[in-house]
Design a protein around this ligand. Structure first.
Ligand SMILES: [Fe+2]
Ligand SMILES: [Fe+2]
Length: 484
């Protein structure tokens, strides 16, 4: 147990650290990055915080009301800088800031950049945690206190603090952070009946920006099947797949943010369904099925109450289980015209729901899901959207693991629109199963003498069975692309 004297000594140092952060944020507003004054403040701030972090594992500062809290005790408010920092954290929704050893000058520069953004710019770049992850900041983490810091997020933060290779960082941190944000948004809806539209829009903006830079890798996030919380993973995947489909279909760029919001919250109504029904392992009774179906109406009703939300959002929540033959739910009146984006969300929703394991059902492999979709009766899915979607994800989606007829294992890195059975892959093992020290790209369209294919896919493989880190391989590709 720490004595009061020890706490006091530390709190004085932390207040000093806050004074440096305050100076840094101020200088960032007044000077350019390479101005000697800014560089000077940056250097002394970094020196001071590095010293602090060499004595402590991690320093968490919470912002509650007007106070800054360190180890559950409010810091003194006699210093103007502490008050100023508290106010600026409050304005930015930075309710908990965690500094960990290994903090770099570059990360403090990114911190300063974020602190100098105007309110309007902040709403464009998303929440501070999304911004930091996006900018590669791993030794400053920012949370809202309501965030569910689950074990995975904690482990990820620890892994990052230990300075694991860059190749594993961005995508997995990005995915982890996005899922945490979505989980939090859904939870807020459930417990407080409110929706933080700014945070949601910030997240969708990040999805869109990333997908412009690297659409294939972002789409690959959907193929990662780990045991994450279902609703947030399903919502993120449906959102990413629907956005890709909308872009593929030529929906104008200025309409994509509202498509993203609508698809992110298509299942928000499930927050109002009792857990006993939502997670029931067995078959639902007719009564329970009726309650489950009501998530469409409940979701639409909730979204209609959210100020400034695009009208597409309640519409997609209401319509995403409808189909062209009229056998979906809620049952539409004759001549009801379902929105095309609702049909797009329903295609993405169907694909993702089938591909994911639940407590009561196993995951179905991507090629089998494709087969099921191809064999669906006409009228169950909008045909043009289904066709385009299958062209987009291919038989073996980006990020999935395949075994080749040579015995090699590979991760799919790009679709081949000419032949979905012959994508571009990244080889990760030799034919005898030995892992390659560096993965290598291979085109499955490559032939040798006589036109025989050098490699073909034998089967899709569950990555956990062969212990392949598909996300890590996608990250390697992303890093290599960035270097070019
Ligand atoms: Fe649904
Ligand atoms: Fe859904």
């Amino acid at each position: 147990m720490r004595s009061l004297k020890e706490w006091h000594e530390k709190s004085v140092k932390i207040e000093e650290g806050l004074r440096y952060l305050h100076l840094l944020a101020n200088d960032a507003r007044l000077f350019t990055d390479n101005h000697p004054k800014f560089q000077d403040t940056l250097r002394v701030t970094h020196e001071f915080w590095s010293g602090l972090l060499s004595e402590m594992d991690a320093i968490e500062i919470k912002q509650i009301g007007q106070d800054l809290i360190y180890e559950d005790v409010p810091l003194g408010t006699s210093l103007k800088s502490t008050q100023e920092v508290s106010r600026s954290f409050q304005e930015r929704g930075m309710e908990s800031l965690v500094f960990t050893p290994g903090l770099t000058i570059q990360e403090l520069t990114e911190y300063a950049h974020y602190m100098r953004l105007s309110e309007q710019h902040r709403s464009q770049v998303g929440s501070p945690s999304v911004y930091f992850v996006h900018r590669g900041v791993t030794h400053i983490q920012c949370y809202r206190l309501g965030d569910m810091r689950d074990d995975e997020a904690r482990r990820e933060a620890e892994r990052q603090a230990k300075g694991l290779p860059v190749a594993m960082k961005d995508l997995s941190a990005f995915r982890c952070d996005a899922l945490k944000t979505i989980q939090n948004l859904y939870l807020q809806a459930k417990v407080a009946n409110v929706l933080d539209l700014d945070t949601a829009q910030g997240l969708v903006d990040v999805f869109l920006r990333e997908s412009i830079m690297n659409s294939t890798t972002l789409l690959g996030l959907c193929a990662i099947r780990t045991s994450d919380e279902y609703t947030s993973t399903h919502s993120m995947n449906t959102c990413l797949l629907s956005l890709s489909l909308a872009r593929y279909l030529g929906v104008p760029d200025d309409k994509l943010p509202m498509v993203g919001i609508a698809c992110l919250f298509h299942d928000i109504g499930k927050m109002f369904i009792p857990d006993a029904i939502l997670n029931k392992p067995g078959k639902l009774t007719p009564e329970e099925w009726g309650v489950m179906q009501s998530h469409t109406v409940l979701g639409a009703r909730f979204l209609l109450s959210v100020p400034n939300i695009p009208t597409l959002a309640p519409l997609v929540a209401f319509e995403h289980h409808m189909n062209p033959e009229g056998t979906g739910y809620p049952c539409p009146k004759r001549d009801y015209k379902t929105n095309l984006i609702s049909y797009a969300a329903s295609v993405a929703d169907f694909y993702d729901a089938l591909s994911t394991a639940r407590s009561y059902k196993k995951a179905i492999s991507p090629e089998k899901v494709v087969d099921i979709m191809l064999k669906l009766e006409e009228g169950k899915m909008e045909p043009r959207l289904k066709r385009q979607f299958l062209r987009m994800v291919g038989t073996y989606p980006i990020g999935s693991v395949v075994r080749l007829d040579t015995g090699e294992l590979a991760v799919v890195r790009r679709q081949n629109p000419e032949d979905s059975l012959r994508p571009c892959v990244q080889l990760v093992t030799a034919p005898d199963g030995t892992p390659l020290t560096q993965s290598v790209a291979a085109y499955l369209t490559e032939t040798r003498d006589g036109g025989i294919f050098v490699r073909s896919v034998s089967e899709g493989v569950d990555p956990t069975e062969v212990q392949i880190d598909a996300l890590g391989v996608l990250q390697e590709i992303l890093d290599a692309d960035r270097l070019q």
